[in-house]
Design a protein around this ligand. Sequence first.
Ligand code: FES
Ligand SMILES: [Fe+2]
Length: 406
Amino acid sequence: MMQIPSATRKSGYGRGPQTPNAALTEVGPGTPGGEYLRRYWHPVALSSEAERAPRRVRVLGENLVIYRDGGGRVGLLHERCAHRGTSLYYGKTTDNGIRCCYHGWLFDAEGHCLEQPCEPGGGAHRDKVTQPWYPVQERYGLVFAYLGPIDCMPPLPRFDTFENPAPGGQIWPERDTAASCFLDSAVSIDVVPYNYFQYWENILDTYHVKILHNTFTDVAQFPGVLALDFRVEWELLSDGVLAHSYRDVDGRVLHRISQCTLPNIVAIGDLDGRAGNARRLNWIVPVDDVGWISFGISRGKQQWNDSDAVALTPDGKTWSQMSESERQRYPGDFEAQSSQGKITLHSEEHLGRSDKGVIMLRRLVLKQIAAMREGGAPVRLGDGDEALVRVRGGGFYDDAASPPSE
Ligand code: FES
Ligand SMILES: [Fe+2]
């Protein structure tokens, strides 16, 4: 029998334009969001990946190549040769730069054109040519790049959790793209195919742990303490937002802090509730508006490894082992976030109180963009000349905290 719809109930017809909030999602040069991101350092490669053979890097919507010259200096140049556009990916590194394969122009890491072998006198006017380039610095085993205006370049931050490692401890850099999103390092993917902000703000979306990871599929996707019920509070910092969650573990309060730091850094509280601040940071680096990669740094006696054993199905399958219909029945972070769209539609959202952390983070970013629009600068990371950043993310037993039920 045909059901007659209620005349007072609006259907899906006649909706207005459905749009993302561009300031939060655009990363390209000249966009408000892209210019804000360009005021910070971003990891673009492992130090070990910067070798004599050039490697392609796509970041913030720009196509670049990274290489290490014979003198050990890392260069990050636009991929298109300033002469007539051949890719420097096919170039050859020299003692002091990279030589384009087509006509042999040689560029150093600051874009100086050192040689033009086909031009009269080896290029009498070669100093008029600059290959677009970006400053880089190596730290903690990663290559960080700054893609913004040189006169606004902040110091490259240090992070307290990685300074002075404990005896026997080390710093472990990693390319972490698959593990970040799929919790499964067996996944073979170069770029996660949706906007970086959807993953980044998820770190403060504490309630999805309760539903997506612990209730919806009748499987506790995160075993141990994370399967327990919790209370959450969010805290606004000048350069980030913290999510404090509290769980009752055998009569003690486990206090877990997840931290988002501008512009794309996350410190996820340790899963095992061990004491201390986070042993790992991740950068969610935009490749362009619709993709991201992740680099991580961890400290400890061995490489961080939470990515191999997270089972998403009742019979213990990890993401890479699941069929499409299993992913439908046992969705994880990738399904939840990628299905929001390549760029989510903020105009269509209905935010609630449980979205408070996400709202705080978005407002903090929009505040930085507004400051830039008024001629100011976004907040700098870290204190002092060393730009030392305090990492508060982590998990610990907090006898001063009130129980989760209060
Ligand atoms: S295109 Fe690179 S040297 Fe001519
Ligand atoms: Fe999640």
